[in-house]
Design a binder for this molecule. Structure first.
Ligand SMILES: [Zn+2]
Length: 173
């Protein structure tokens, strides 16, 4: 028996399972994005998952519905999870969101001492975790967290392009 080969196989299998889990939870975030779209909101969805794989909270964009500039999917989910746990600290949780977080949401993740972030599509206009800023990976801030990017990014981006194409078509009428 070649021990080295087996260990490599096990290591690869572990990575594959982690990738599967990320895709699985991103699908839940996409379902949240669909709920936002059904309300006429920009379709962005989020789930927060605990270390044992339980979903702590879900959230979707509610900016128009609540007339609240801070009601982004991530802030909605972070508030719900902290409320349920009666703790502002989410250092064992992973946040899945369909679009790269904006500066406000990335800031909320720093303040929640988030454990890990997984996002789908990059945001060229407001992305604060790679594209414009690197919140989450900035040594000047008092908290950093690992980030996995591009999970189901095409599906996440497609939701947004369909939404904005429909919006443009409606404005032309
Ligand atoms: Zn945001």
């Amino acid at each position: 028996m070649q021990k080295g080969v087996n260990l490599a196989t096990i290591a690869k299998a572990t990575v594959d399972v982690a990738i599967d889990h990320d895709a699985q939870f991103m699908r839940l975030a996409l379902a949240e994005a669909d709920k936002a779209a059904a309300l006429g909101e920009v379709p962005i969805g989020c789930v927060l998952v605990g270390q044992d794989g339980t979903v702590l909270a879900r959230g979707h964009n509610l900016r128009e519905t609540c007339s609240d500039p801070t009601a982004h999917a991530e802030v909605v989910a972070i508030r719900r999870a902290a409320f349920v746990r009666r703790s502002w600290r989410l250092d064992d949780a992973t946040l899945y969101v369909t679009l790269e977080p904006c500066p406000m949401c990335a800031g909320a993740m720093v303040n929640a001492r988030l454990g890990r972030l997984v996002y789908g599509a990059d945001d060229r206009k407001a992305g604060a975790c790679k594209t414009i800023f690197s919140i989450g990976d900035d040594a000047r801030l008092n908290h950093r967290f690992p980030i996995t990017r591009g999970v189901l990014d095409r599906e996440c981006a497609r939701r947004l392009s369909i939404f904005f194409a429909a919006l443009r078509a409606q404005l032309k009428k």
